[in-house]
Write a protein that binds this ligand. Structure first.
Ligand code: HEM
Length: 420
């Protein structure tokens, strides 16, 4: 007998699309349980929510990501051979490479490049006051430029423009099936060919990026078996470093929306001459409050028990990221935007999980978390303190059915002025 309640619907796929980010937590509430059994895409699955579920899910080596995501989404978001598809020693060694590139000591460098690029754009926008700036796409282009500079990817304005569109298509169409997904995959192939060519140039001595740049590190990395990655896998990992520019741009657009909706929270940022604890707390609350990845899936690698239910090897489990970040047991009044909850408090590794949970080195938790936090902190502080702007009439609504989510009109600002 299953230990958890069973969702009475024969297949919940349509309900998942209809309810989006709230799908798992709605059912957990209704069924009075932190986990339930259902079927998605015709396959049996256990969905689980909350910090204890995250602890169960992020037990090292318990789950693989292989077979846990539809192939159409995998092809756009990670692709074969990427760090996300590896397990055990192969994963540990590849992940260590990512952590050496993206860890806390490297994050300030990315934040500095991103902030410089932002300041340049702000100065340009302030000269054309009637310009409507759609912040999500504008910030994506800015971050893409900064990420290319940092990763040692040579790119002129046209190449950055193309790359920005290719990367955006990967994210926007990951949840789509059919022609839209195929088209995005074709664009991904173009980006991959370009990256693979750069890696071949480095290996042949035709190109000399800085020793500690992502391009150089990825080109010379040796996997657990002592072999270099193929140029194709190097290209996949280069995109894994560039593509999240879109993710950070989404969180920044949400951050600007939060400053607009909560002027007192924005004033707390303004009160800090340089980004300090209040700016940090604001960034953490943006990451907790606003939706990005709804959930993450894994397939059990061996049998284990949790809360009286026996899982078998091959069982499919989905962990509710968004619902855990809105769990009232962890976050009193979870639907209130309250940066103070993070003042002088570093969150538990299984409670705040917009980028996964547990230990970065031994499981699949996002290695880009430090870069995300540091970049958001620096850029939101600039947006709060160095410029003023108007937020014209627009649809600022966020549909929890649209994955990945965004304010409906992309967060438009106008009349950008430099603050003296
Ligand atoms: C808003 C920003 C971001 C969000 C919401 C986000 C979210 C996530 C999530 C949910 C995972 C999967 C965790 C799991 O499978 O358990 C992940 C993995 C990953 N992320 Fe991020 N991410 C962000 C930024 C970044 C950045 C800036 C980078 C790199 C520059 C990055 C690179 C990766 C990589 C390489 C993985 C796979 C790690 C592995 O399998 O071990 N992400 N991210």
């Amino acid at each position: 007998m299953p230990a958890f309640p069973i969702d009475p619907a024969p297949d919940a796929s349509l309900a998942f699309l209809r309810e989006g980010y709230a799908f798992i937590s709605n059912r957990c509430r209704r069924l009075g349980s932190d986990a339930f059994h259902t079927r998605l895409l015709g396959r049996p699955v256990t969905c689980a929510s909350g910090a204890e579920a995250a602890q169960m899910f992020y037990e090292p080596r318990r789950f693989t990501r292989n077979g846990a995501m539809p192939k159409s989404a995998l092809k756009l978001l990670q692709d074969e051979g990427s760090v996300a598809t590896l397990d055990d020693e192969a994963h540990r060694v590849r992940k260590a490479m990512f952590l050496s590139l993206l860890g806390p000591d490297r994050a300030p460098e990315v934040a500095r490049l991103a902030t410089e690029a932002l300041r340049e754009s702000l100065a340009a926008w302030s000269l054309q006051r009637d310009e409507r700036v759609r912040l999500h796409s504008a910030l994506h282009a800015i971050l893409c430029r900064a990420a290319c500079a940092w990763a040692a990817v040579p790119a002129d304005a046209a190449r950055i423009d193309r790359l920005t569109h290719e990367l955006a298509a990967m994210i926007n169409n990951a949840g789509a099936f059919g022609p839209r997904n195929w088209q995005a995959r074709l664009r991904r192939k173009e980006a991959e060919r370009f990256m693979a060519g750069l890696v071949e140039d480095v290996r042949a001595g035709r190109r000399h990026p800085p020793e500690d740049s992502p391009l150089a590190v990825i080109a010379r990395h040796r996997d657990a078996d002592g072999r270099a990655m193929t140029p194709e896998v190097c290209a996949v990992e280069m995109l894994n470093i560039l593509r999240p520019a879109d993710a950070i741009a989404r969180f920044l657009a949400f951050g600007v929306l939060a400053m607009h909706r909560h002027p007192a929270a924005r004033d707390a940022l303004r009160a800090e001459a340089t980004p300090g604890p209040r700016t940090h707390a604001f960034v953490q609350e943006v990451r907790r409050f606003y939706p990005f990845f709804p959930a993450v899936g894994g397939k059990a690698r061996e049998a284990f028990s949790w809360r009286g239910h026996d899982f078998s090897a091959g069982d499919w489990v989905i962990l509710d990221l968004y619902g855990t970040d809105h769990d009232a047991r962890l976050w009193p009044e979870p639907e209130a935007f309250r940066p103070e909850r993070f003042l002088n408090r570093e969150p538990d590794a299984y409670a705040l999980i917009p980028q996964g949970g547990g230990d970065h080195a031994v499981n699949h938790r996002c290695p880009g978390e430090w870069v995300t936090i540091e970049t958001m902190t620096a850029m939101l502080h600039v947006l709060a303190t160095e410029v003023a702007y108007d937020v014209p009439d627009q649809d600022l609504g966020i549909s929890l059915r649209r994955m990945p989510a965004l304010p409906a009109d992309g967060m438009v600002i106008t009349n950008v002025r430099m603050r003296t």
